[in-house]
Design a protein around this ligand. Structure first.
Ligand code: ADP
Ligand code: ZN
Length: 430
């Protein structure tokens, strides 16, 4: 099923011609309207006329989160403030937020892309979507909301948390699809189990759109089994309209990234050099249709790769692989580079492990991993626990090359955050 068959299946040559035309228009506009780009172009001795082919994109300056923070609040705006309809912010980790602006065209366009994503995974106007993302300054919930309304779904703006109420809404309004973070989806599956609800029999749930934070295939399977549904990976970021940048189709193998709206590059995060299709690196995106706040070569920090093969669904927009982490998520423990996703992959493949874990770095370089047991994971025999604990530590050592200390804790005892999960606490005194 297609929302916009013509655009979604454009011939590659037509799509690329459209990209070039939109890239050139974007470049001309930002150089005229945005002081940061005026300065960068002057500094690089670059003129809009130098961009003659798509490959010339590598001549353009990067834009980073730090640039957006430095331009806070209005510095990156490319239209008059009267033409702005919506403000969102992105928290990042520390310091000033990033201000993100949307014109009427931008808000409509974001909903349009979201509608493409939803229909691509089989959503119709008969669906009831319970949106469990945080409503507010964060783009996640609102942009999904508008897209689902565009498709004609009944949208329940539930927000995150309050699982009793979520369940009640789900039962009374026969929710068929949810939009949630992986951490909340896992937590909710546990909640149903604890309350004796069998989602396959007692609910109308069929699918979940899960994103906003990195998660593994193992976690996807755990959510699918726990809720008895299909989970579709969805990727987005506030700088690029929020969710709806890239989404999985019915084949659930990589996410189609809407290339008529975003120019896609994968670069080596250290050198900034472009990498060939298939190689893993940092995703860099240039907006091709943004009116209020166009961005050139935005460094997402997200690590992924391009799947160059055509997808059997017929869409010509290329797919990106699951995000394996953010380049700034990498931990260095005793000299070894570790991504939290490696730990998650090991933990979530073990049936005795529950839905939550926490990585704690302490003292001079000690890694402690707190792991919740699955509800059925403990038979009361202490020696089984001791055995499981050392089996997990050994598996992690094989994967990470560093042996962490593993602490098993009862189900439901580690903190669950309403928004994005906080998986790493670094208390090291290095
Ligand atoms: P921030 O988290 O920096 O405040 P956003 O709220 O805009 O910014 O979140 C965007 C980020 O969330 C992405 O850059 C990416 O790191 C992460 N993210 C979103 N969707 C996914 C996904 N499906 N898989 C992995 N990471 C994701
Ligand atoms: Zn496809």
């Amino acid at each position: 099923m297609f929302w916009d068959r013509k655009t979604e299946t454009l011939k590659r040559s037509t799509l690329e011609a459209l990209q070039l035309q939109r890239l050139q228009a974007t470049v001309r506009r930002v150089v005229k309207k945005v002081p940061l780009y005026q300065h960068r172009f002057a500094e690089y001795g670059l003129k809009p006329g130098h961009i003659r082919s798509l490959a010339d994109v590598s001549r353009l300056p990067f834009t980073t989160s730090a640039d957006l923070r430095a331009s806070y609040p209005h510095g990156m705006l490319a239209v008059a403030t009267d033409d702005v309809l919506r403000l969102h912010t992105s928290s990042g980790t520390t310091g000033k937020p990033k201000a993100l602006f949307f014109s009427r065209h931008d808000v409509d366009n974001a909903a349009e892309l979201m509608a493409r994503c939803l229909v691509m995974s089989g959503v119709t106007r008969q669906d009831v979507l319970q949106n469990m993302m945080t409503y507010g300054l964060f783009t996640g919930a609102l942009m999904m909301h508008y897209g689902a309304e565009k498709v004609g779904c009944l949208v329940i703006p539930a927000g995150p948390g309050n699982s009793e109420r979520q369940l009640l809404l789900m039962q009374d309004f026969r929710t068929t699809a949810i939009h949630a973070t992986p951490s909340y989806a896992l937590y909710f599956a546990d909640f149903l189990e604890k309350h004796g609800v069998n989602p396959r029999k007692d609910l109308a749930l069929r699918k979940a759109f899960v994103g906003a934070e990195p998660y593994t295939e193992e976690t996807r399977r755990k959510i699918e089994q726990g809720l008895g549904i299909d989970v579709y990976n969805c990727y987005g970021l506030s700088e690029m309209n929020g969710p709806g940048v890239a989404f999985e189709c019915e084949h659930k193998h990589g996410m189609h990234l809407w290339e008529d709206n975003f120019l896609l590059e994968i670069i080596d995060p250290q050198t900034g050099e472009p990498l060939p299709d298939g190689q893993s690196g940092e995703l860099v995106l240039t907006t091709l249709c943004s009116e209020a706040m166009p961005l050139l070569r935005f460094r997402t920090r997200d690590i992924t790769s391009i799947i160059p093969e055509r997808c059997p669904c017929g869409r010509t927009h290329r797919r990106i692989n699951r995000i394996t982490g953010r380049s700034d998520d990498m931990l260095i423990v005793r000299g070894v580079n570790i991504y939290p996703q490696q730990i998650e992959r090991v933990l979530m493949s073990l049936p005795q492990v529950g839905s939550n874990y926490l990585i704690q770095l302490e003292g001079l370089d000690e890694m402690i991993i707190k792991v919740e047991l699955a509800k059925a994971g403990f038979d009361g025999q202490v020696e089984h626990l001791v055995h499981l604990q050392s089996a997990i530590a050994d598996r992690l050592r094989t994967e990470l090359l560093v042996k962490p200390k593993v602490e098993l804790v009862p189900p439901g005892t580690l903190p669950v955050s309403e928004g994005k999960a906080k998986r790493v606490i670094d208390h090291r005194t290095l």
